[in-house]
Write a new protein. Structure first.
Length: 477
């Protein structure tokens, strides 16, 4: 295994000022980390390139074994990682434990693909033709602040398994779990510099990563506006790019559905992670004949959601990530009513005082074309809109620029299949709000992204296909 541990000298300081990490619950600074600049990114790419060559040359069994060891070390530190996530992101402790466990599971799943990353033999005349899947080289992963650990692993785990090196740039507000994962990777025995974490500002470190000619692929999760910039800059170098962007997902409830079950499930379909989820079902579309009954059931469900200290096991929803995000969410709700009147709807409760708190909010009697009804709020806010029939439901569901996820509630399997086929979204659930599983593909239509992550084909997205023809014809007589 010595070939995997090529050493190189790493810079001891970054060229930019530190990044303050705030606890969203208290608004207190919990850590300050160095911010990387363009020179730091360049140095990291050089180190990663050297480490990647040795990693790709190692036996697949050795690479798989090290990834499984990494998963085991993460599993040993689940509680530590979860508590760190609570402090930097304000996630509820239950969610944070799931996120750390998801990193473990992704590493295990990716490790299982290392020895199964096979090409094909294609019948051709006059010889043998085979395809070989080769790693791309150095992969840049730019992770968001809403799910710092799992989304970082979505790109990192399969990229490493396919034989690449990874440079992870976490969001400015949530670098702590990423830095700890890099330490755990070394503890597990992964080669030095194979997996590096570079905290830094997006316009500085992120931009340098996207524009670096030594980075073969960028995996970006974030806003559609920034994703378009990443796509444009990457395309100038013909760089491969996977984009997982925004969403405004519908939750379609037909009158023939189990209305009690649909109403009970609706709150956490958009309140999980305080609504800071691109898959959040923030457009609740209810057939008119069931509309009043649904709202009667929804109101107590929303009002009973426990919002508070995310480290408390009973808490269901914590704070928003930052003051800027809180102001953004308020702007949508404050502008949703007629003139200065408060928009009608359902409001839950949230703590007062320090922290970036916003109550669970459902708006009714909203124009379907209003900003809050078509734009991504990224907070604990949903709108309820009535529809007449199946065609009207499909029209409303597709009436946004996004197409990431959605749910369909009905007892009619034929209707479920028809509507699933008609809704322009990459991930749909019937009588459920489950969108993400590490063993199934994930990605969006329209302005929600390009490419797919996760699932059985995740590793191939980090490879080049090489075709080799071997002639079997003998010399001419």
């Amino acid at each position: 295994m010595s070939q995997l541990h090529e050493q190189s000298e790493q810079s001891e300081h970054y060229e930019h000022d530190g990044l303050d990490v705030l606890d969203p619950t208290t608004e207190e600074v919990v850590a300050t980390v160095p911010g990387a600049g363009a020179q730091d990114v360049d140095a990291a790419v050089q180190r990663a390139s050297r480490a990647q060559r040795a990693w790709a040359a190692a036996a697949p069994t050795d690479r798989a074994r090290l990834l499984r060891r990494f998963a085991t070390v993460v599993d040993d530190h689940i509680e530590e990682l979860a508590r760190l996530e609570v402090r930097e992101a304000g996630h509820t402790i239950g969610n944070a434990r799931w996120e750390a466990g998801n990193v473990r599971d992704l590493l295990d799943y990716a490790a299982g693909g290392v020895e199964r990353l096979t090409g094909r033999q294609i019948p051709v005349p006059g010889g043998l033709d085979v395809t070989i899947l080769e790693p791309l080289g150095v992969v840049g992963v730019i992770a968001p602040w809403n799910f710092p650990m799992p989304i970082a692993a979505w790109g990192t785990a399969p990229a490493l398994a396919a034989g690449n090196a990874v440079i992870l740039k976490p969001a400015e507000t949530t670098p702590l779990t990423a830095l700890r994962l890099a330490e755990l990777a070394l503890e597990a025995g992964l080669p030095e510099h194979l997996f590096q974490v570079l905290p830094g500002a997006g316009p500085v470190a992120g931009n340098a990563l996207v524009e670096h000619p030594g980075v073969a692929k960028i995996v970006f999760t974030g806003s559609t506006a920034v994703g378009k910039q990443v796509w444009a800059k990457g395309s100038a170098l013909l760089k491969r790019v996977t984009l997982e962007l925004g969403g405004k997902s519908p939750n379609i409830v037909f009158a023939d559905a189990d209305i009690e079950a649909a109403a009970a499930a609706a709150p956490m379909s958009f309140l999980d992670n305080s609504g800071q989820d691109c898959c959040a079902r923030t457009r609740i579309l209810v057939q008119r004949s069931a509309y009043d009954r649904f709202l009667e059931l929804l109101a107590p469900a929303i009002e009973s959601v426990v919002v508070g200290d995310p480290s408390d096991e009973q808490t269901q929803m914590g704070p928003l990530i930052s003051r800027a995000q809180l102001d953004r969410v308020r702007s949508y709700v404050d502008g949703a009513g007629d003139s200065d009147a408060e928009a009608p709807g359902i409001r839950g409760k949230a703590p007062e005082g320090p922290g970036f708190w916003f109550p669970p909010t459902v708006l009714t009697d909203i124009d379907p074309r209003a900003r809050v009804a078509v734009e991504e709020v990224f907070g604990p806010v949903a709108v309820v809109l009535p529809f007449e029939d199946e065609a009207d439901a499909i029209r409303l569901a597709n009436a946004t620029e996004y197409g990431l996820s959605g749910s369909i509630w009905t007892r009619d399997i034929g209707r479920a299949l028809r509507v699933s086929g008609a809704v322009r979204a990459g991930n749909l659930s019937v009588n459920s709000h489950s969108s993400v599983r590490y063993w199934t593909p994930f990605g969006g239509y329209k302005q929600s992204g390009i490419g797919r992550e996760l699932g059985p084909d995740a590793l191939t997205a980090f490879t080049e296909t090489k075709n080799v023809f071997i002639s079997t014809e003998g010399p001419a007589q």
